[in-house]
Design a protein around this ligand. Sequence first.
Ligand SMILES: NC(=O)c1ccc[n+]([C@@H]2O[C@H](COP(=O)([O-])OP(=O)(O)OC[C@H]3O[C@@H](n4cnc5c(N)ncnc54)[C@H](O)[C@@H]3O)[C@@H](O)[C@H]2O)c1
Length: 290
Amino acid sequence: METLIDSHCGAQLFAIDVKDFPKDATVLRQNVEFQNIDIRDENAVKSYVRAHKFDGIVHLAAVSRVVAAENDKKNCIETNFQGTKYLAEAAAENPDCWIIFGSSREVYGEQSVFPVKENAELLPLNVYGFYKLEGERIVRSLVRKNCVLRFSNIYGNLYDIHGRVIPTFVSTAIKGGEIRLESGEQIIDFTYIDDTVASIIQCMKMLQSGDIDAETVHISPGVANKITDIIDILRDMGFKFAVRKNPPRSYDVQRFVGDTVHRQQIFGDRSFIGLREGIGKLIKLVRQKS
Ligand SMILES: NC(=O)c1ccc[n+]([C@@H]2O[C@H](COP(=O)([O-])OP(=O)(O)OC[C@H]3O[C@@H](n4cnc5c(N)ncnc54)[C@H](O)[C@@H]3O)[C@@H](O)[C@H]2O)c1
C-alpha cells in the first residue's frame, strides 16, 4: 500500500482488516482510511462497501498460509470462501466496481508439466488451495469486472507473518540457530514482494481503464528455485547455522514453476527480481529496522 501511495495514482485509499496496521506504519496510518472489519461478518462487509461506492476492490484478506488452513479448516472456509462471497456480492451491487482476487499457485496442486500454464488442470492438494479455487469461482461468477491474480511464495515484506520460508530462514541466519526443512526437495517460484505489488497496481490501473477484464494470471518470475538454494545463498553471504531435514508434509506441494507468457502478454515483459538479490534486499531491510 505504501508503494500505491508513492505511485501518486490519485485514488483515495481505504482498507479493512481484522488486525490494525502495524504501529510503526506511519505512511499507511496517514494516507489510508482504515476500518476494523472481519470479512466473515456479512452485514459489516456489505454495509461498508455500499456506503463507499468504490471504483474497485483489491481482495487480499485471507487465512494466508497452507499450514494455518490445515489447522483451522473452519476459519479457512469462513474467511477464504464465505468472506470472499460477501465481498463479491457487495461489489456486484455496483456494476462498475471491479475486483482483484488474490489467489494462489496452490490451486494447481502437484503438476507434472513445467512451467505451469494458467489453463492447467486445477488439482488443489490442500484446504487452502481448494478454498482459493472456490474463491476464484465465486468472484468470477458474481463480479463482471474481475481479475484473478495467482501469487507464488511472496517474500521481502518486513511485516510478513511468522513461519513463512524465507523470513524464517533469514531471521535464523541472522540470529543463528537451526533451519528446519520440510522435505528439503521443494522447487518453488519465489516472488519478491515489489514485483507482486507492481503487478497488482498495474492490474488496478488496467481494470479501472477497461484495458483488461476477466483475466486469470499467475504472478511469479517463472524460476525453478530449489528450497536449498536459499541455504546456499545465505551461506555464501557468510551466515552460519545448522540445517535439519524433516519428512515431507502430506499437504505441501513439492514443485511449482509458473509459466510467465500470459503475465508478460497482459502486464508487459518487465523482469522480476532474482532470489539472491531479493534475499539481499530483505536482509538489508531487517538490519535497518533492528
Ligand atoms: N504471501 C504469499 O506467499 C502468498 C502466496 C499466494 C497467495 N497469497 C495470498 O495473497 C493475499 C495476501 O497475502 P499476505 O502474504 O499479505 O497474507 P497476510 O496474512 O499477511 O495478509 C492477509 C490479511 O488478511 C487479514 N485477515 C485474515 N482474516 C481476516 C478476516 N476474517 N477479515 C478481515 N481480514 C482478515 C489478516 O489480518 C492479514 O492482514 C492472501 O489472500 C494470500 O492468501 C499470498
